[in-house]
Design a protein around this ligand. Structure first.
Ligand SMILES: NC(=O)c1ccc[n+]([C@@H]2O[C@H](COP(=O)([O-])OP(=O)(O)OC[C@H]3O[C@@H](n4cnc5c(N)ncnc54)[C@H](O)[C@@H]3O)[C@@H](O)[C@H]2O)c1
Ligand SMILES: [Zn+2]
Ligand SMILES: [Zn+2]
Length: 379
């Protein structure tokens, strides 16, 4: 038995904004097959718009099409496929964008964000089983990062979800799945920031602002936040940044050196620009760590003064999904949110319905939004 579901389909890569009124991203009625072995049928309650969705739309992050987009979400399990023994209908879940198989070398080494099986499935636009569940008239639709949450209902692998208490509102829970897991994890798991160390965050979207909150929580000082949009700078200040810089008007490297007494211990690139990664690297202190969090176009290259890695002991480190173990980290994020220490709700720009999705991507592309949340049941 299958169900019908509305879903936002990306038909082709490389579309330029404006997306509202365009044909690249449309809302369709699709058939969703039953969950297979090890899979779950989930009713989506909230799904955040992340820059990584936008990068698939504009073609800088190539993926198979047609694809049901959306990879940051929370919802309620409606059915479990054969073999799922620890998640049941009625459970509230956060969906995360790297399914972990639990068995590959990376999973077994405590690095589920690097799960080899999940990476292959995500690249192919399938679930971990290798299958797809959305279809219409004999055409299959690819899954986005195993989640495909811009839909009323979706089917995901068991390894894509973390069960959360029903007391966590869906909008907060959704943002834990990508923005917060990524930004917080980049600070805590990848950079391993210690109290009193200095941090600079480039790019203050949902990911970068989560990094700012995490840096403040970790006791970093100063915490410098850099963006090109004035509203994002004020928001960063209210979330724990001790100083802010406008990347358009300031000599950023000099200003960071000034604010940090010679260079930051940790610089996080949360824009997705190879050029900003170079700036971030240049803004670190001797012995400092640069963390690449943004996802640039795969064709772009970064040039760094190579000798500084050796002679100045600098470190360049990538952070995918916050180097997180979601089953460990999402409960931690929830405890911090419950205690009022991680005000995730401040990232939320507003709720949208399906008919506002394409226009919401225009807002994101223009830098006017932080986290907009699709509420699939809202229309
Ligand atoms: N590593 C991961 O696992 C992971 C997870 C999620 C998102 N991402 C990537 O992280 C990046 C950020 O995602 P997001 O959803 O927060 O994006 P976003 O679009 O909401 O935020 C990006 C911010 O960068 C700012 N910006 C643009 N140019 C700048 C510059 N030159 N200097 C400083 N700031 C600048 C924009 O104004 C915006 O506020 C994207 O590349 C996204 O694909 C990576
Ligand atoms: Zn994302
Ligand atoms: Zn694995």
């Amino acid at each position: 038995m299958s169900v019908e579901t509305r879903a936002a389909v990306l038909w082709r890569l490389g579309a330029e904004p404006p997306y509202a009124g365009g044909s690249a991203l449309t809302v369709e009625s699709l058939t969703l097959s039953d969950p297979g072995a090890g899979e779950l049928l989930v009713r989506v309650e909230a799904a955040g718009l992340c820059h990584s969705d936008l990068s698939v739309i504009n073609g800088s992050r190539p993926r198979p099409t047609p694809m049901v987009l959306g990879h940051e979400a929370a919802g309620v399990v409606e059915a479990a496929g054969p073999g799922v023994i620890d998640v049941a209908p009625g459970d509230h879940v956060v969906m995360t964008f790297v399914p972990s198989c639990g068995h590959c070398t990376e999973c077994a080494s405590g690095r589920p964000a690097m799960c080899t099986v999940g990476a292959v499935a995500n690249g192919a636009g399938t679930l971990v089983s290798g299958g797809t569940r959305f279809g219409r008239d004999g055409v299959g639709f690819a899954h986005h990062l195993g989640v495909s949450a811009f839909a009323e209902r979706t089917v995901v692998s068991r390894g894509s979800v973390v069960v959360v208490p029903p007391s966590v509102p869906f909008d907060v829970a959704a943002m834990l799945g990508c923005a917060v897991l990524t930004g917080f994890g980049a600070v805590v798991n990848t950079a391993v920031v210690r109290p009193g160390e200095s941090v600079v965050v480039f790019g203050l979207g949902g990911v970068g602002l989560s990094a700012v909150m995490a840096a403040a929580l970790a006791g970093a000082h100063p915490v410098v936040a850099v963006d090109t949009v004035a509203e994002k700078l004020s928001l960063a200040r209210s979330l724990g940044a001790t100083s802010v810089l406008d990347a358009r008007s300031d000599d950023v490297v000099a200003a960071v050196r000034d604010a940090t007494g010679g260079g930051a211990d940790h610089a996080l690139e949360c824009v997705g620009s190879a050029a900003v990664l170079e700036t971030a690297f240049a803004a670190t202190a001797r012995g400092g760590t640069t963390v690449a969090v943004g996802l640039p176009d795969p064709a772009h290259r970064t040039a760094l003064p190579a000798v500084t890695l050796t002679g100045e002991g600098r470190v360049l480190r990538g952070s995918y999904m916050g180097s997180a173990a979601p089953a460990r980290d999402i409960p931690r994020l929830i405890r911090l949110w419950e205690a009022g220490k991680l005000p995730v709700g401040r990232l939320r720009t507003g709720d949208i319905a399906f008919d506002g999705l394409a226009a919401a991507f225009d807002e994101l592309a223009a830098g006017r939004a932080v986290r907009q949340l699709l509420r699939p049941a809202a229309t």
